[in-house]
Design a protein around this ligand. Structure first.
Ligand SMILES: [Zn+2]
Ligand SMILES: [Zn+2]
Length: 476
């Protein structure tokens, strides 16, 4: 009880959440909940992406959604969508071609995934070492519980384009932050993509414990006019929600879901058939073709094409304590209508060692000269060289304190600026903050540090890499 009064219980709850141990602490209730409402995430060996020419690889066809068309307004064009089979990119990095992120057992069977570079650190601290360090820091007052009562995270009502035509036909990309890692992106081609939608109150296996929202979603999922593609970075609860997926499917039944290897089973068990699971460095083509007599509508019968690329990042996965790293985490590239977007999802950049506790409050401490030689994740430069430049990067900037514990899996704003440069993004928006308290930094700190990180890198503080109101749309 004493420890809980100290806030240790709440912190541990968050820690357990991030590492997906919360489920094993409440397995009984989770079991009941999962049986009632969600598919379990038992492991199945991922299917290897076949290398098949795109032109001969139409994998599936779906009739476009009447509901989506109706939502987009009378006379909206009805589209048929096709997705090619994933094809491994031709210029894949040499080391990545050996699939070092696939872990096999002694019989050669695929078991799980891993981060293949030293920037993730090895070995990681054990559970006992971590808990002991957290408890000690908490009792000594070095690990504050962030307050949300006075947080000023501005919100507004989203202004989506009413049809697939961008406002005024300006040819720009419109991107709307829907909180945490969720973005709705309107491409000038007419394509509409939703990234990591989680609209629930708590990002946890159950809705009676775990991190609770301190900012509300700016709209309902039902209010999104069109959704053609849903891109999921990984299986953690702040990025993948069963109830949100089901609601999207209800309102946008023709939407395709693009996920990392191993997650197809979860989607199919959830009743979602139009799902494509992909390995790092594979691409698919998504084509929307106007149908029937409706092809003289808003876009004059033109088809919409997109290249969707599954790309690496440095993270982890798991939903129930028993499926740790059994499904693949990923960042994603989406290119359509002359615009190119990189979605970072959830990623670390470099693992920093446990610093003296006196340095914990200095957010830039691990970017001092003594830490310059720490290995950085090389995957972001590889992405920038092969898939960049990007018009827009959606890059995580939150859930990083204390650094020695979370740096391997979560970027702080200083890391985020390095990732921004490595991936060759022209502009970027900060995600993965402002919605749930997952770690112990102050909730308004990430955008503040982002400005400092930009200044230190010699980048303009305004108009290049920033944040916006929840619900706000920016054009790129
Ligand atoms: Zn995560
Ligand atoms: Zn996350």
């Amino acid at each position: 009880m004493f420890l809980f009064r100290m806030g240790v219980g709440r912190f541990l709850g968050r820690y357990f959440y991030v590492n997906q141990f919360v489920a094993s602490c409440s397995r009984r209730s989770l079991f009941v909940y999962n049986r009632a409402a969600q598919p379990s995430l038992g492991y199945s060996a991922p299917k290897r992406s076949a290398v098949v020419p795109v032109s001969t690889a139409v994998a599936a066809t779906m009739a476009a959604a009447a509901t989506a068309a109706a939502a987009a307004g009378a006379g909206a064009v009805v589209y048929e969508s096709t997705v090619s089979k994933p094809v491994r990119a031709e210029d894949i990095p040499e080391d990545a071609a050996r699939l070092p992120h696939h872990v096999k057992d002694s019989s050669g069977n695929h078991v799980k995934f891993r981060n293949p570079y030293p920037s993730a650190g090895d070995p990681k601290p054990t559970m006992f070492q971590t808990l002991r360090a957290i408890l000690t820091a908490k009792i000594q007052g070095n690990l504050p519980t962030p307050s949300t009562s006075e947080a000023q995270i501005p919100c507004c009502t989203p202004q989506f384009s009413p049809s697939r035509d961008n406002a005024g036909g300006s040819g720009s990309l419109r991107a709307t932050w829907l909180g945490h890692a969720c973005y709705y992106v309107e491409f000038p081609s007419g394509l509409r993509v939703l990234f990591d939608p989680v609209f629930e109150d708590r990002c946890a296996p159950v809705q009676w414990m775990g991190p609770k929202r301190y900012t509300q979603p700016p709209c309902k999922l039902a209010e999104l006019p069109v959704v053609d593609a849903v891109v999921i970075s990984h299986s953690h609860y702040d990025h993948l929600s069963y109830h949100s997926i089901k609601e999207i499917q209800t309102h946008h039944p023709s939407a395709w879901f693009f996920v990392g290897l191993g997650l197809e089973k979860w989607f199919k068990a959830s009743g979602v058939e139009n799902v494509v699971e992909m390995d790092w460095w594979t691409d698919v083509k998504l084509t929307l073709t106007p149908q029937g007599d409706n092809n003289k509508g808003e876009r004059e019968g033109r088809s919409i094409e997109a290249e969707i690329s599954c790309l690496p990042c440095q993270h982890s996965s798991g939903r129930n304590g028993l499926d740790h790293d059994r499904t693949l985490w990923a960042s994603w590239g989406v290119k359509s209508g002359g615009k190119n977007v990189w979605f970072g999802g959830d990623t670390g950049y470099r693992r920093v060692p446990q610093l003296p506790v006196t340095q914990w409050k200095d957010p830039a401490a691990d970017y001092g000269p003594e830490y310059e030689s720490l290995p950085k994740c090389p995957q972001f430069k590889q992405i920038g060289e092969r898939k960049g430049p990007f018009d827009l990067g959606l890059i995580p900037i939150g859930a990083y304190h204390p650094r020695w514990l979370f740096s391997w899996m979560h970027a702080n704003p200083y890391d985020a600026v390095e990732i921004f440069k490595d991936t060759r993004c022209a502009r970027a928006m900060g995600i993965h903050w402002g919605t749930w308290v997952l770690t112990s930094e102050e909730v308004e700190e990430p955008p503040r540090l982002l400005r400092d990180a930009l200044r230190q890198s010699g980048i303009e503080e305004e108009g290049v890499f920033g944040v916006c109101k929840i619900g706000e749309t920016k054009e790129f």
